[in-house]
Design a binder for this molecule. Structure first.
Ligand code: CAA
Length: 257
């Protein structure tokens, strides 16, 4: 399938989606978001892919929702637009997603990176929710996800005062997994994704589901949810294979069954 605003490729079991609107700093217009979700859902449905990467270019991961597209919007046109709903579709992707971020990850771009499961950042990455400068607030989860990640005091600065977080700060607060030099960030993300993609596929999907449940359920329900997923894995061939391989001191061969 050919796209206008994104590029897609695979490296072994890793599916990569790269934003391709460099002149607009990868601003997330409706068509780009639709293409992104189509590509992610196609990779999610492909048994040959075990982990996904979303990336931009060195200067910008994405500088936010497309302001030119939104400038004349009304509450009703915003409600009718699928744009924010795409973030709900992103949450339904069952395979792990790594955001490989360099340069600006602002507004909807920051929300998109935070909606992924892990972030590999280049030293030049800048995370921010500057919607306040446009007279609005984040609309795709920024106030919630940023606060979970960095705590209330700093989230207030970021959302109320347009403060950017550097890559190093983002790592200190646990928003980012790894920070690497600009020329290495994509390579590092692919290496990281390939390691995850080589692991037992069903267990990987359920581990992601259980961790993400933390943000949506009280502890008691989260523990019960995790336990059900854990028991369920004992019906897979991969559990038998993984434990047999350990006992017999050999590497496992995963079937995803
Ligand atoms: N939407 C549309 N176009 C954008 C854009 C955006 N979010 N961000 C950058 N662009 C465009 C610029 O208009 C400019 O286009 P032209 O060449 O046609 O003028 C081009 O990208 C390059 O940008 P700049 O000239 O501004 O580059 P810079 O290096 O001087 O500044 C920047 C970079 C600080 C990121 C600046 O572009 C900027 O502040 N961008 C807007 C960031 C922002 O406010 N994001 C939040 C959007 S709202 C949102 O995301 C809502 C939500 O929660 C879902």
């Amino acid at each position: 399938m050919s796209y206008e605003f994104i590029l897609t490729r695979t490296e072994g079991r890793v599916g990569i989606v790269q934003f391709n609107r460099p002149k607009a700093l990868n601003a997330l217009n409706s068509n780009l978001m639709r293409e992104l979700m189509d590509a992610l859902e196609a990779f999610d449905a492909n048994d040959d892919i075990g982990c996904l990467i979303i990336t931009g270019n060195e200067r910008a991961f994405a500088a936010g929702a497309d302001i030119k597209e939104m400038a004349n919007a009304t509450p009703v046109t915003m409600l009718d637009s699928p744009n924010i709903g795409y973030y709900d579709r992103l949450r339904k992707i069952s395979k792990p997603i790594i955001a490989a971020v360099s340069g600006f990850a602002l507004g909807g771009g920051c929300e998109l990176a935070m909606s992924c499961d892990m972030i590999v950042a280049s030293e030049s990455a800048k995370f921010g929710q500057p919607e306040i400068n446009l007279g609005v607030i984040p609309g795709a989860g920024g106030t919630q996800r940023m606060t979970y990640a960095v705590g209330k005091a700093l989230a207030m600065e970021i959302c109320l005062n347009g403060r950017f977080l550097s890559a190093t700060e983002a790592q200190q607060y646990g928003l980012v997994n790894r920070v690497v030099p600009v020329e290495l960030y994509l390579e590092e993300a692919i290496k990281f994704a390939a390691e995850i993609a080589a692991r037992a596929p069903v267990a990987i999907r359920l581990a992601k589901e259980a961790i993400n449940a933390v943000f949506e359920t009280p502890l008691q329900a989260g523990l019960a949810h995790e336990r059900r997923l854990f028991y369920m894995l004992f019906s897979t061939e991969d559990q038998k294979e993984g434990m047999d391989a350990f006992i017999n001191k050999r590497p496992p061969t995963w079937q995803g069954k």
